[in-house]
Design a protein around this ligand. Sequence first.
Ligand SMILES: C[S@@+](CC[C@H](N)C(=O)[O-])C[C@H]1O[C@@H](n2cnc3c(N)ncnc32)[C@H](O)[C@@H]1O
Length: 301
Amino acid sequence: MNNRIKRSPLFYVGDKYKLMKQIINLFPKEINNFYEPFVGGGTVFLNIEAKKYCLNDVDRNLINIHKFLTENSSNPNKFFKSVEKIISKYKLSRSYKEDIIPNSLKKEWEKTYFARFNKEGYGKLRDWVNKNKKNAPLILYILLIYGFNRMLRFNGGGQFNLPVGNVDFNKNVVNALSNYFNFVQDKNIVFSSKDFRSFISEKEYLKNDFIYLDPPYLITASEYNKFWDHKSESDLLYLIDKLNKKGIRFALSNVTHYNGSKNDLLIKFIRKYKIHKINSNYISYHNNSKKEITEVLVTNY
Ligand SMILES: C[S@@+](CC[C@H](N)C(=O)[O-])C[C@H]1O[C@@H](n2cnc3c(N)ncnc32)[C@H](O)[C@@H]1O
């Protein structure tokens, strides 16, 4: 379906992959500096042409993975060799290369055999990370790829606590990595890991710059929504108004209605701007069920 749309190799929960075609059509055609204060997995910037990219997310581990992938983009062979080393040390499956899962396991656990096969090795790798307090981006990336819902999740004590997922290093991961490497190789990209308030306020914007904002949504549920509250939401809306007053083009993704609740603050705010409805097929992060949702892209151009 999305043939020409690239998906980030972080396969980030709530990424914009399925909505990219609709969103890109609403983006400006010419972009000087492109700003993303909530870059997440990066699927959006991977599909944008700009002179320079300033990409930010408060999640430091996530940004370290982006930096690591970007640094390795000119030598994918070296990157894949390091991946292979860890995968074989921890005896994880890697279906992009070979199928090592016994048929007996596939028969017994028809729908969950990847999770069954990788559980032990994944657990050992996770224990190693937690014991040695080593958040090396490569290892975190591998944990993410084999982890449940492909997330980065730590408990209050800083221990990585995501269980194994029913996935492995497959062709989709390799394709997404290759696309990422090809794209970032010759681009001018600056990553940062700040709170959106400092990131947005400190920039000196120029004509034809463009800022795309995809914050956590106040009325939906996700791991990264945990710390997002009314104060964050109103600070963000205030900063967007300020950008608008300076004549800077912006686009904001958000959700006005979700499963019986609505975001009144947002609904009032967006009346000042152009509201584009986005057809979204939101799947609940809790139980994979489909939800009633009104997703919008709000722009000032
Ligand atoms: C909806 S996700 C962005 C998804 C992204 N568009 C994609 O395609 O992957 C929102 C992101 O905001 C980040 N975030 C949450 N609070 C933040 C804050 N105060 N400042 C900056 N980023 C924040 C989260 O870590 C998360 O990655």
